[in-house]
Write a protein that binds this ligand. Structure first.
Ligand code: GLN
Length: 282
């Protein structure tokens, strides 16, 4: 019979396919045994029933074939939340937590109205809603499956201050009466160039192009989001967007052209430009 440790040693087979082979193996084993990582550390010599080892083998094989761990186990941790994921949306990334941090640092009113454009799993909106129960969040996505998933995550996280509906960027937001003016708009839109080689490597191969790719220069959607936000913000309202590491300068220009002040780009944990924020005039 295989022990916990025997199965964890399998991680070396995964090293060519994953930068996080041991962590991936631990997460797959946790999922197949319905235990947490502390349990694995506590019981390394525990012999496992054949059915559990076989379940692990099935999951491990999928990971060897490149499928992201989040899709295999069905969830991904983001901020303090455990979010359901699906192949219809992007898997929440640690870099995107920077956007959440930047939003939480702003000096915004207690009763702020906040809009998350292209919410996917709901990650950004739900993280902000969990930190600020007095804020009212609106989260939209063009994909009906993403809207359904975000709603499921909202309900799972028991957050009552988030309203989620389908909208192609601002289209349905603009049609709501009375039309809300937000204190903050946040977005992690698709921003990868259509022929970027990165799209053929690793986890992104399993994610939908609609959540990743945005025209030949990756800027089609950022132009819409940045260009149209000022019409939906209150005076002195803030906009924060995530973008590609080579897009900082051009995104700052988009912000300046759209009338934002205090425009600033921040870097991620790899010292790469990752988010830009700016404020409208008073
Ligand atoms: N940062 C992601 C990646 O490079 C892309 C996220 C996005 O397009 N919004 O895989």
């Amino acid at each position: 019979m295989a022990t916990v440790n025997d199965l964890l040693l399998r991680h070396s087979e995964l090293s060519p396919a994953s930068d996080t082979a041991l962590l991936d193996t631990e997460l797959l084993l946790c999922h197949s045994l319905s235990v947490d990582r502390t349990w694995l550390k506590t019981w390394p010599d525990k012999e496992l029933p054949a059915a559990d080892s076989q379940h692990f083998e099935q999951l491990f094989k999928r990971r060897l074939e490149g499928e992201p761990v989040a899709f295999i186990v069905g969830t991904q941790g983001f901020w303090t939340l455990d979010l359901g994921v699906s192949p219809h949306t992007l898997i929440p990334r640690p870099e995107t937590e920077l956007l959440v941090e930047a939003a939480l640092e702003l000096d915004l009113p207690d009763q702020s109205l906040v809009l998350d454009l292209g919410t996917g799993t709901g990650a950004i909106a739900l993280a902000l809603a969990s930190e600020h129960p007095s804020w009212q969040l609106t989260a939209v996505d063009v994909q009906p499956q993403a809207v359904a998933l975000a709603e499921q995550n909202r309900s799972q996280c028991q957050l009552d201050n988030v309203q989620i509906y389908q909208s192609d960027w601002f289209t349905a937001v603009a049609n709501r009466q009375p039309q809300a003016k937000f204190n903050l708009i946040v977005s992690n839109p698709p921003y990868i160039e259509v022929d970027d080689a990165h799209l053929f490597e690793g986890d992104v191969r399993f994610e939908p192009a609609s959540a990743l790719v945005s025209g030949t220069d990756g800027l089609d959607d950022l132009k819409i989001v940045v260009g149209q936000s000022s019409g939906f913000l209150q005076p002195a309202g803030w906009l924060i967007v995530e973008h590609g590491h080579e897009q900082g300068e051009v995104v700052r220009e988009l912000f300046n052209d759209a009338g934002f002040v205090l425009v600033e780009t921040r870097q991620d944990y790899n010292q790469m430009d990752r988010i830009t924020l700016g404020r409208l005039q008073d």
